[in-house]
Write a protein that binds this ligand. Structure first.
Ligand code: TPP
Ligand code: MG
Length: 688
């Protein structure tokens, strides 16, 4: 192969290097998706090499443009870019290291155990991967959150002459992404908010997994996006770098809307027998076909993982140089900024490190004992506001239920986040739960502290995003109210049953269901300090008594997940009553009755199984002594899992059917959530 001499040679050489790395990695792993990287290589190349403001030497630079691969199955495209541009690695504690994120050995270990090149991109594994993608559509949703973060940071932190934030968000997506509802919700929100810093690049390749795209997808995508308020442009040939360049320029010039670039491409480009066919989508090309493709590219047919001379340097001189310059200019700006606005600079440092401001907890309320009490959604609203007042980068919103969720930030200066008014901290997601979940993750990976809110039953609409937050170890805050049949008249369509159990089954998701107003305060204290786990906060619609903490144990026990709220006089209970949320009061009432009857009971408040499981064995034993086998749990939800705590001799009171539409008091009676039922169950397990 002759040495390249011209820019055009180097362009093509680099593009074919991306393609062949993807082909070889998939072939070696004997699994993966070669087709999309082969088609999209020039599109990614044109973007990274010529437009992306990204310094491979610092993948954490706060104002870097974000690149999201929503069609995560094309992971080798991203891995090839990270490898060829020499993106640095990052330590678990967030320090940029002097070694590459993806050396060639990692490319060769694509999809192998403990490699940094898993089948789909995982942001907590691989430096340079901005967000975890794979479930189609989620990357699109994340990118809207990132674009919101960019606008919000700019509106709040930029100062005249010191514009620290203006990063753009580029999202590659395929037919699959654009068929997904979440992407359409997210696009609708982005269009509404006029997020001009958002660019989606649609891999229009006429093929999906099962076959030709037109078997299942025939809508006019361009017209749809025009309708959603986007600027839409088209590149008729994915290999035309000039046209791609013009399309990216069009995006950069468009200041009033997000941009969709539709790129007509060929899946499996250059494969004589598989191009334009779903055969190129999700399996290795096969050794024989690989040779034919390489021949087609003018590549040495037998070379594997071959990076021709000049390619690394080419990237170094392109994105590397441009990125380094952009970052050093920014660093100088940030130095000036630090001198002129030291407090704001300090905030930005803390944002970047997931730290809280000093005094973040100074206005947290304490709620006096009150038999009538208040709904935990109500106390949540007060606590959230008290926190947000002192954490300037805590922001979020609801899916059109803010009044019900009590999640509006109402203190002076909180403000609304609207199109072209990007300073406010109240986001308005509209009725778009899927996009809200996904955008919340996009905000979280952009390091602002983001919350979302809706009714607990609709967590089902957000579950894919919640699961990804847990997987990618990002501290998104998911607030849910109307958490049980206790919501009453709206009926079973709105009454969650299995959601608690299902979210408790999710690794790394912290579920918190506080039992009164002071437990809400403690729950927020815990969740706001999480850095690597998302949280599901589960709150009532109906009022709950605020427990008298001079009589019962302090709510600070919430931090341990479960704690002894009330105990037998001698500390040696015969029966343990345990509950979360609104059912705690039933256990307390039952405890008092049993006490009056001379029965030694203990009440364990258990707002979070996950936090409890993190405690040491001695603490867990102290709460649930193994010799006390008479146990009762009470929760207005599916009972799955409670057997772990009630044991084989205990009893779990819960829901075994859907709920019903009726006033609360009738539902409590019908489904048996009354103190006398708990008393009876306690006696039953005691054999009395
Ligand atoms: C939510 C979700 N559903 C299904 C899949 C499995 N899947 C991965 S790629 C794909 C086809 C996507 O087609 P397209 O976006 O056109 O990708 P291309 O074949 O063009 O690379 C499917 C069904 C997935 N990853 N996520
Ligand atoms: Mg496709």
């Amino acid at each position: 192969m002759s040495q390249p001499k011209t820019q055009v040679d180097l362009d093509l050489l680099s593009i074919n290097t991306i393609r062949t790395l993807a082909i070889d990695a998939v072939q070696q792993a004997n699994s993966g998706h070669p087709g999309a990287p082969m088609g999209l290589a020039p599109v990614a190349y044109a973007l990274w090499q010529r437009f992306l403001r990204y310094d491979p030497a610092d993948p954490l630079w706060p104002n870097r443009d974000r690149f999201v691969l929503s069609n995560g199955h094309a992971s080798m495209l991203l891995y090839a870019m990270l490898h060829l541009t020499g993106v640095r690695d990052v330590s678990p504690d967030g320090k940029v290291l002097d070694k590459p994120s993806l050396p060639m050995e990692e490319i060769k270990r694509f999809r192998q155990l403990d490699s940094k090149t898993p089948g789909h991109p995982e942001s907590h594994i691989t430096a340079g991967v901005e967000t975890t993608t794979g479930p189609l559509g989620q990357g699109c949703g994340n990118s809207v959150g990132m674009a919101i973060a960019s606008k919000w940071l700019a509106a709040n932190y930029n100062r005249p002459g010191l514009e620290l934030f203006d990063f753009n968000v580029y999202t590659m997506c395929g037919d699959g992404d654009l068929m997904e509802g979440v992407a359409c919700e997210a696009a609708s929100l982005a269009g509404h908010l006029a997020l001009s810093n958002l660019c989606w690049i649609y891999d229009h390749n006429h093929v999906t997994l099962d076959g030709p795209a037109d078997w299942s997808f025939s809508e006019d995508v361009m017209t749809r996006f025009v309708g959603l308020g986007w600027n839409v442009t088209r590149v008729a040939d994915a290999n035309d770098l000039d046209m791609l360049g013009r399309a990216y320029q069009t995006f950069l010039k468009t200041k009033d809307r997000p941009t969709l670039i539709v790129v007509d491409s060929h899946i499996g480009y250059g494969s004589p027998n598989k191009q334009d066919s779903s055969d190129a989508h999700g399996e290795p090309l096969g050794e024989a076909e690989v040779k034919l493709v390489k021949k087609n590219y003018g590549w040495p047919e037998d070379a594997k993982f071959y990076v021709p001379d000049g390619v690394y340097d080419h990237f170094k001189n392109g994105i590397g140089k441009r990125g380094a310059e952009a970052r050093s200019t920014w660093n100088r700006k940030f130095d000036d900024y630090t001198k002129q606005f030291p407090q704001l600079a300090d905030q930005l440092q803390r944002i970047q490190n997931f730290q809280l401001p000093d005094g973040w907890d100074k206005d947290l309320p304490t709620f006096p004992a009150d038999a009538k009490g208040m709904a935990t959604r109500e106390s949540s609203g007060k606590v959230l506001n008290a926190l947000a007042k002192n954490i300037p980068w805590l922001l979020g919103g609801s899916a059109d239920l803010a009044h019900s969720n009590k999640t509006n930030l109402t203190f002076e200066g909180a403000g609304e986040f609207f199109a072209n008014e990007y300073k406010g901290r109240n986001l308005h997601y509209g009725v778009r739960e899927h996009a809200m979940g996904s955008a919340t993750n996009g905000l979280s990976v952009s390091r602002v502290r983001a919350y979302s809110a809706t009714f607990f039953n609709f967590s089902d609409y957000m579950r894919p995003a919640m699961r990804l937050a847990a997987l990618m170890e990002t501290p998104s805050i998911f607030i849910f109210t109307h958490d049980s049949i206790g919501l009453g008249e709206d009926g079973p369509t709105h009454q969650p049953i299995e959601q608690l159990a299902s979210l408790r089954a999710m690794p790394n998701m912290i579920v918190l269901r506080p039992g009164d107003a002071n437990e809400v305060v403690e729950a927020y204290k815990v969740l706001i300090q999480l850095r690597h786990s998302p949280v599901t906060l589960v709150l009532t619609r109906q009022a709950l008594p605020t427990l008298d903490r001079t009589k019962y144990a302090p709510a600070s026990g919430v931090a341990k997940g479960a704690y002894i709220l009330a105990d037998a006089a001698n500390g040696k209970p015969d029966v343990i009553l345990m509950a979360t949320g609104s059912e705690l009061q039933l256990c307390v009432a039952a405890y008092e009755t049993l006490k009056a009857e001379g029965i030694n009971a203990r009440v364990v408040s258990m707002p979070s199984w996950e936090l409890f499981e993190k405690q040491d064995a001695a603490y867990r034993e102290s709460v649930f002594p193994s010799n006390v086998t008479a146990r009762v749990s009470v929760e207005m939800a599916a009972t799955s899992g409670w057997e772990r705590y009630v044991g084989p001799k205990g009893k779990a009171i819960g829901m075994h059917t859907f709920g019903a539409s009726a006033p609360l008091k009738d539902l409590l009676k019908k489904f048996g959530f009354l103190p006398e039922r708990v008393v009876a169950a306690a006696k039953e397990v005691l054999g009395k």
